[in-house]
Structures are given as structure tokens and as C-alpha cells.
Design a protein around this ligand. Structure first.
Ligand SMILES: Nc1nc2c(c(=O)[nH]1)N[C@@H](CN(C=O)c1ccc(C(=O)N[C@@H](CCC(=O)O)C(=O)O)cc1)CN2
Length: 296
């Protein structure tokens, strides 16, 4: 292996430490405690783990944590009523509805009912538009985490060729916007892209966010490129359950200059950036300067 491993777990711990410092200062200097509310509908086991983890880490950085756990069969009206109450609650600066939602609920409708200023996931259509036009917005946590790791590794990203594989609203598109904002030359590749290996082979930065286990082999990667693996895929291998990314780690790490592992790469940054976004939302709500280094 020649690639440097970008340790997302350690970097996320550092970001959470910075968030905790800002929270301490907000309390001491302004008497304000940032508050994050997480809404979970249903019993999805992975979502339950993520929500528990979010609550624990919110408390650990000194913020107020509120959880709303709703029944699988909760009606849209009841869910919207909970969000409306949180929108009006001045002690809550960030609201997150854990995804995926049960099938009978309209995800877009629910997300767009969150006050955009409290939309710490950055999924509200207003925030999507603001990010797309280069204006101040709430930035989706996973792409923000990827950007932070890339800036930390490279310093300036200006002029680099970046390929984002995947065009989801949650990761691929906002990731491309953020890289463009840092003056990369950006290509978004997807299932209809012609000659994907050639496109990926031109990239200085590859962000893989397709949700297909180990889809990107090492021989697609340009020597020395930085590979950010957003995939979290559970597979069975040799009779054991295994968590793998969207890139083939073994072969890619032979060629890449730097690479994020799965687990322990992008995943932990998602929750760290959620906490960072909550502090940002709290500062904006109170007309205070935003925390440096924790926003895009
Ligand atoms: N409203 C939202 N819903 C979902 C989001 C989101 O950002 N907002 N993202 C994912 C789930 N997610 C957070 O909610 C999340 C996923 C993965 C991790 C993580 O740390 N993964 C670990 C591996 C964990 C494991 O063993 O399963 C890693 O990659 O190292 C954190 C948060 C979907 N829903």
C-alpha cells in the first residue's frame, strides 16, 4: 500500500473538539446553549443507531439534545405538527429528520416544512438553491465532511480536476457544488457516463458516492490522486458480514496518494459536521460571528 490513509475518525474527533470549544464560549460569553432536535419515525435499526449516536455526541459537546421518536405509522399531519413546534421553539437551533422515512410519508414535503435556518441537514430546497448559487446556506453534512478532509489534506483545491461519481441530491450534487466553490474543475459521473474509467482516470480528486460495493477498481485511479469513499455497503464475504465502500480499497490504495477507509473515513465526519452546522445555525440565529473552519 502506498496511499496515505485519511483518518476520518480522528479528524471527526478534532472537529467535535472545536465545536465543544465554541459551545463553551457561547454559554460563557452569551448565555446561549445551542440545541439540536432529531426526529426519528419508525424502527429502522441503522437509523436507530445513528440517532442514538447523534444524541450522545450532541450532549458530549455540551449542546442541548432533544429526540422525538415517532411510531412507524405516524401520519404526515402529526409529523408536520412536531416539526412546526420545533420551528417555533427558540431553544432549538437545528432540526433533523432522520432518513429514510417510512414509504407513506412524502420526504420532500417533510424536509421543506423545516425552517431553512434550522435545517442543519442542508436538504431544504432554499438551502439547495443558496448553495447552488454560491450564497451562504446550511451545507449537507456528508459533503461538508468530505470538503473539510480535502482542505485539510491539500490546503487549496484550486484548479484541481475533481470527479464525483453519483448524482444524488444528498451527496453527489452538493459535493460537486462545494468543489466548484473551491475552484476545482468538476465532473459529475453517473450510470450513463461514457467511458467511466477514462473520466475517473483524469481526476486529481475522486469522490465515490454511488452506493455500489467496491465499484471503483485501482486501475481507474490516476497515480497520486486523492480518493474519498462515501459508500457504506454491507456485504457478506467468506460467511461474514463486512462493511465496504464504493471503491476497492485494496487496489485503490496501491495507486492513490491518499484515501479514506470504510469504516472510519467519511462516516464519522457526517455527525461531526451536523454538530458544526448546529453551532453555525445558533450563531446565525443570534447575530453572532460564525465559527471559523466549521463551515464551507
Ligand atoms: N437526515 C439524515 N439522514 C441520513 C443521513 C444524514 O446525513 N441526514 N446520513 C445517513 C446516515 N448517517 C447519519 O444520519 C450516518 C451514516 C454513517 C455514519 C458512520 O459513522 N458510519 C461508520 C460506520 C458505522 C457502521 O458500522 O455501521 C463509518 O463509516 O465509519 C454516521 C452517520 C443516512 N440518513
Amino acid at each position: 500500500m502506498s496511499a496515505q490513509i485519511i483518518d476520518g475518525k480522528a479528524f471527526a474527533a478534532k472537529v467535535r473538539g472545536q465545536v465543544a470549544e465554541h459551545v463553551t464560549a457561547l454559554k460563557a460569553e452569551h448565555g446561549i446553549t445551542p440545541g439540536l432536535a432529531v426526529v426519528l419515525v419508525g424502527e429502522d435499526p441503522a437509523s436507530q443507531v445513528y440517532v442514538r449516536s447523534k444524541g450522545k455526541m450532541t450532549n458530549e459537546v455540551g449542546m442541548k439534545s432533544v429526540e422525538h421518536k415517532l411510531d412507524e405509522n405516524t401520519s404526515e399531519a402529526d409529523l408536520l405538527a412536531v416539526i412546526d413546534q420545533l420551528n417555533k421553539d427558540a431553544s432549538i437551533h437545528g432540526i433533523l429528520v432522520q432518513l429514510p422515512l417510512p414509504k407513506h410519508l412524502d420526504e420532500d414535503l417533510v424536509i421543506n416544512s423545516i425552517d431553512p435556518a434550522k435545517d442543519v441537514d442542508g436538504f431544504h430546497i432554499s438551502n439547495v438553491g443558496l448553495l447552488g448559487t454560491g450564497q451562504k446556506s446550511m451545507v449537507p453534512c456528508t459533503p461538508l465532511g468530505c470538503l473539510m478532509m480535502l482542505r485539510d489534506h491539500h490546503g487549496s483545491l484550486s484548479g484541481m480536476n475533481a470527479v464525483v461519481i453519483g448524482r444524488s441530491n444528498i451527496v453527489g450534487k452538493p459535493m460537486a457544488q462545494l468543489l466548484l466553490g473551491d475552484s476545482c474543475t468538476v465532473t459529475i459521473a453517473h450510470s450513463r457516463t461514457k467511458d467511466l474509467p477514462e473520466v475517473v482516470g483524469r481526476a486529481d480528486i475522486v469522490v465515490a458516492a454511488v452506493g455500489r460495493p467496491e465499484m471503483v477498481p485501482g486501475d481507474w485511479i490516476k497515480k497520486g490522486a486523492t480518493v474519498i469513499d462515501v459508500g457504506i455497503n454491507r456485504i457478506e464475504r467468506d460467511g461474514k458480514n463486512k462493511l465496504v465502500g464504493d471503491v476497492d480499497f485494496a487496489s485503490c490504495s496501491e495507486v492513490a496518494g491518499a484515501i479514506t477507509p470504510v469504516p472510519g473515513g467519511v462516516g464519522p465526519m457526517t455527525i461531526a459536521c451536523l454538530l458544526a452546522n448546529t453551532v453555525t445555525a445558533c450563531c446565525r440565529a443570534n447575530g453572532l460571528a460564525e465559527p471559523e473552519g466549521l463551515t464551507a
